[in-house]
Design a protein around this ligand. Structure first.
Ligand code: GLC
Length: 420
């Protein structure tokens, strides 16, 4: 009997030693923009091979505003269906309490990333998300068309307006009936907040809500900036631009139907892809400045966070570290022209050769303007939605910029009064 017990213990030991660590099934949620999901699934294939774990991608719509709404529902329900969330740079203060603190687990790698980005994802001393790429927009322009009409790359919004009009009119007269001058993100969502912050701030109208909490948006420069853009709707920009997000703008641009586009760096790789009609015909420049002002680029970017409700937090952290790693950021950048968050990759010769926008965009990203999410904190989404609504109303002909901004100031003041 004794022998039997000893044998049983020995056999169990062997079994435990040879049996693989039980594979875990994880899920990651991500919006679908450009070839982002395709590249994520390639990265996950590599992870599955390395770890033995399995990862499902839950694909949701590309709008960051829609994603935020959906994330809030999942988190409010304490759902364990999602282990890893892909999060926008602006969300950390609002989601922090439902995300795992990654400080300890990422000590070995956190120093590779730009400190400002790590800072933006740190709330009350807790690192709630690890960055996978950063974002700063570009003015995309058609080199071939500017050369054809002897026009130069616009340095101010006024020059952009004049050149867009000139090239568009001449091209249309020559039979290119579908061409427009400028496309951007005019839909009523977070993307419009990014675009409008650039118009307003570059024209001297300030940052909507200042770092000291002052609500600064209601001023004549901001109103003039938004009225300027209203003048573009239906003239140099298609009326439909009021419903465009990133992908709709890129759709018009990449089929060759726009002279200029405001978009993030992801559109660079796609525009130069094999079957793109504009491959080799375009380049990028910083966004235009206001007259006498300076150009402003809104800071964007994406991160990975582990849900507090995950049943496999350690495996989920392992996955996050894998996707955010230097090797995988390089892989992503080569395929998508997303800007890495690891400083060393800006000196990588493969990246410089295959995606030259990346080293060129380092100073633009480093000087990019954050949205007031660290100031409005848990109220940021509401504040931003009030802002984009005021702008969208004005662009749609629903009230003047001056009236809509006065109304916005009153709304933001009430919101601030409730505490942020
Ligand atoms: C990009 C940016 C993100 C921003 C969004 C707006 O995805 O990276 O920060 O909120 O665009 O549409």
């Amino acid at each position: 009997m004794k022998f039997f017990h000893a044998f049983l213990a020995f056999a169990t030991g062997i079994l435990l030693a040879v049996a693989p660590v039980r594979a875990v099934e994880l899920s990651i949620v991500s919006g679908d923009t450009g070839n982002g999901i395709k590249v994520l699934s390639e990265i996950l294939d590599l992870y599955e091979k390395k770890s033995g774990n399995k990862v499902d991608i839950v694909v949701i719509p590309p709008s960051t505003t829609d994603q935020f709404g959906q994330y809030r529902l999942w988190l409010a329900a304490g759902s364990s269906d999602i282990d890893v969330y892909q999060t926008d740079v602006i969300w950390a203060p609002q989601l922090a309490s439902q995300l795992v603190d990654l400080t300890e687990a990422t000590r070995d790698v956190v120093g590779e990333h730009f400190p400002s980005i790590i800072q933006s994802q740190t709330v009350n001393g807790r690192l709630v998300a690890l960055p996978i790429f950063t974002d700063a927009p570009a003015l995309y322009y058609r080199k071939d068309l500017l050369t054809k009409y002897g026009a130069k790359v616009p340095a101010t919004w006024k020059e952009l307006q004049d050149t867009a009009r000139l090239v568009m009119d001449k091209e249309r007269a020559a039979g290119n009936r579908d061409i427009w001058g400028f496309v951007f993100q005019g839909n009523a969502y977070e993307g419009l907040t990014c675009n409008a912050l650039e118009w307003v701030m570059s024209k001297g109208g300030g940052g909507i809500i200042e770092p000291d909490g002052r609500i600064s948006i209601n001023n004549p420069q901001s109103a003039a900036a938004i009225e300027m853009v209203k003048g573009w709707i239906g003239t140099i920009a298609p009326p439909g631009v009021l419903a465009y997000q990133e992908e709709e703008a890129r759709g018009v641009w990449q089929t060759g139907n726009a002279v200029f586009m405001r978009n993030w760096p992801y559109a660079y790789a796609l525009g130069n892809s094999e079957n793109s009609p504009i491959k080799g015909k375009f380049d990028v420049a910083p966004l235009p400045a206001g007259d006498g002002g300076h150009p402003v680029a809104t800071l964007g970017g994406w991160n990975l966070a582990v849900s507090k409700y995950s049943k496999h937090p350690n495996a989920a952290i392992d996955l996050v570290k894998f996707i955010a790693s230097r090797e995988m950021q390089k892989y992503r950048t080569l395929k998508t022209s997303n800007l890495p968050t690891i400083a060393a990759l800006y000196d990588d010769p493969d990246i410089a050769r295959q995606q030259p926008i990346v080293p060129r965009w380092k100073p633009i990203f480093l000087n990019a303007q954050p949205r007031p999410s660290a100031t409005a904190r848990i109220k940021y989404n509401e504040a931003s939605s009030q802002f984009w609504t005021a702008v969208h109303n004005t662009l749609s002909g629903n009230g003047t910029a001056a009236d809509n901004l006065a109304d916005l100031e009153a709304r933001l003041t009430r919101l601030k009064g409730k505490g942020w």
